[in-house]
Design a binder for this molecule. Sequence first.
Ligand code: G4P
Length: 291
Amino acid sequence: MNKNTRYQQINWYPGHMFKSYKILEEELKQIDLAFVLIDARIPYSSMNPKIIKTLKNKPVIILFNKADLSDKKETNKWIKHYEAMGHTCLMIDAQSGRNVNLIYQSVENILSEKIERILNKGLKVKNFKTIVLGIPNVGKSTLINKLVNKKSTKTGNTPGLTKSKQWVKMENGFDLLDMPGVLWPKFEEEMVGYNLAVTGAIKDNILPLDDICKYAISFMQKYYLTNLQERYSKEINSDTSYVEVLDIIGKIRGALLPREEIDYDRVYSIILTDIRNKSLGELTFDRYERV
Ligand code: G4P
């Protein structure tokens, strides 16, 4: 089967994301600042292209989450790219909490201009309302938990909001909606679908595992060959065929069926686990030069 045909067969567009987008459009009126969370390993593929447009001129802080797993040289190129578009960017690890404190300073910097404008008009300054937005699994809940546990007081249900939505009063004069906005990723480009699958942003049953691993191996042979060699074998080179790479990994890691045949399902699982838990090193799958 032709790879493109196979890719076009994917129709992954869960209804809850559409609903969530509608809610977001409604909530947007009262939002002053949005934290758009992207995955530092895939700063292009994990960015919903529609969101920046929808947010119009509202200030956006782009948080490159899971920076503990990304190739910092590449992450920095993307930070420059989004900064050039006028957004404030920060590299964070929501899980460990690294750099999460810097978010407060960024909010303060951005809002100080706005506060000044309000005061100049002789108006009263209210707490600013902020929201965390991002595609599934990017770390929204992890971040909200970190922010809310650290420096906040829960305000209880705000009149007019449903029970599940709570505004949490943070330091530095902002309130955070205690419920993330789930955005759907873009799927038009084949590369994006594979990047989402490789990093675990979409479930492993959405694209064929063999295709995901083929993509990942070929990408790593091109950009991270030493990582592959150090983890598995120096036998792997840039021109080693995909099946040969699988066989090498299968033999080295003992992923064998009776009669010494390679257990490819186990090899797929080894590759994807090693990529996702940093056993293959810090990796970035969106190359700035390529998109
Ligand atoms: P979501 O709300 O956007 O859907 O994402 P969520 O916070 O549930 O995070 C998805 C997964 O990403 C979780 O792992 C979480 O621990 C992990 N994660 C979040 N932030 C970071 C980070 O900065 N670095 C790393 N390495 N991982 C991060 P999980 O395996 O699904 O659950 P768990 O068992 O770790 O809690």
